[in-house]
Design a protein around this ligand. Structure first.
Ligand code: ZN
Length: 417
């Protein structure tokens, strides 16, 4: 997840009623436990960053899988591995059975966007309030918040839930293609789902926050069929699919700007050929983001209309397709209730503010978790950080205690309602 657009809480602040009581003080026991847990959280972060786990790195992701499963077992969870329905990897599901009434699920992902060997140039390191490391915010920080929040609650003897489910998936950064359906199915069994993507660092967004909406994702494909020919001896007999593809990429690059709820960027190209052959096939792939229902169909129609306007290379065939991926996430009314609760919990901490981020172009698994419309879902419960999907990813150490406090207080309060 990345690129949160930010807004302030001005609107909500304006809605606050005059004479509203000041925020109550914190739950001192939980806060003390959160403070005491900070060094252990940092240990967990260091251990997880040391396990490179790019989505395509099966061995690396498997190390993370073993690690989180062992950690969940140590907390007393009954664990289960669920094979991803597509691609490699397994989800880790931890279940706790309690004595209360509610069903809660906490989700985060084990994979990162980085290639193997990234630690050689971007090692784990501490600098002031920042801890750096590939994946430390997105999403190892989220995993750490879940594990240590549960440890705090368990030490406090909290069992006020019917079922508490923890779900870690191995493929979020490649669209959760093999885990999305499991997340959606388990999401439909919950009252509340909290998702632990990072919150933007305070260096970027002033205050820590939660996220109220995220785009759905899709992939668009442009496929060009031309004719092969010897590139040296008879180039004129060929129909260059690569040249036509380049033309169509340029011709369609701004099409989404006229389609409400859609964003498109061509990001991949493949011409499957050799140097001395005029290529007969070429394909481009685009990253597509969707925020409105039906935007995928409207975008497809717009792309086809644009392609039909003309070709650069005669006798080439161009086809367009869109494959829809992760559903959009919208907190909605019930998610907003959770966000306001989070805001009140933050206020218990020395009047600290919590930002409500209205939306992001980055997709999140909260979309799958809430697809059924059954649970209340809130996103960005992870640590504050920045640089994800970029360079020099970091978390802010001073977000650890507030985030542990937020989760532990949120769960124990929701359970009583
Ligand atoms: Zn993420």
């Amino acid at each position: 997840m990345k690129h949160l657009r930010t807004c302030t809480l001005a609107v909500l602040t304006a809605l606050a009623l005059p004479g509203m009581t000041r925020a109550a003080g914190p739950d001192e026991k939980l806060l003390a436990a959160a403070r005491a847990a900070q060094p252990a959280v940092i240990d967990s972060l260091r251990e997880m960053v040391a396990m490179e786990s790019g989505s395509g790195d099966a061995a690396g992701v498997a190390k993370m899988t073993d690690y989180v499963e062992a950690r969940l077992r140590a907390l007393g969870a009954v664990t289960e591995r669920i094979k991803a329905s597509k691609g490699a990897g397994e989800l880790v599901k931890g279940s706790f059975t309690g004595t209360g009434k509610k069903r809660f699920m906490l989700i985060a992902h084990m994979d990162t966007v980085y290639p193997s060997g990234i630690l050689a140039t971007q090692p784990y390191r501490l600098d002031g309030n920042r801890l750096y490391g590939p994946g430390i915010a997105d999403d190892k920080g989220g995993i750490a918040v879940i594990l240590h929040s549960l440890a705090i609650l368990q030490a406090a003897g909290w069992r006020d839930y019917a079922r508490l489910t923890v779900l870690f998936n191995p493929d979020e950064e490649v669209g959760s293609v093999g885990s999305g359906e499991t997340i959606a199915a388990l999401g439909a069994e919950q009252d509340v789902v909290l998702s632990y993507e990072p919150s933007p660092a305070k260096a970027m967004a002033k205050d820590e926050g939660v996220l109220l909406a995220a785009a759905g994702t899709a992939k668009a494909t442009l496929d060009v069929k031309g004719r092969s020919s010897h590139a040296g001896a008879a180039p004129e007999l060929g129909r260059n699919a690569l040249v036509e593809l380049a033309y169509q990429v340029l011709q369609t690059q701004d099409v989404a700007k006229s389609v409400p709820g859609a964003q498109l960027n061509w990001t991949m190209v493949d011409a499957i050929t050799t140097r001395n052959q005029i290529p007969e096939r070429a394909q481009a792939g685009a990253d597509v983001r969707l925020t409105l229902p039906g935007a995928d169909e409207r975008l497809l129609a717009a792309l086809r209309a644009k392609v039909a306007e003309g070709h650069r290379v005669p006798d080439t065939e161009v086809s367009v397709a869109i494959e829809v991926g992760r559903p959009p996430y919208a907190a909605g009314e019930r998610g907003l209730v959770l966000a306001k609760k989070a805001e009140a919990i933050y206020a218990e901490l020395d009047g600290r503010k919590l930002m409500f981020h209205p939306g992001t172009g980055g997709g999140t698994d909260a979309g799958y978790a809430g697809r059924s419309g059954k649970p209340a879902v809130l996103e960005a419960m992870g640590l504050a950080g920045w640089g994800y999907h970029a360079r020099d990813e970091y978390i802010e150490i001073d977000s650890i205690v507030p985030r542990l406090y937020l989760t532990t207080r949120m769960l124990s309060t929701l359970a009583r309602e």
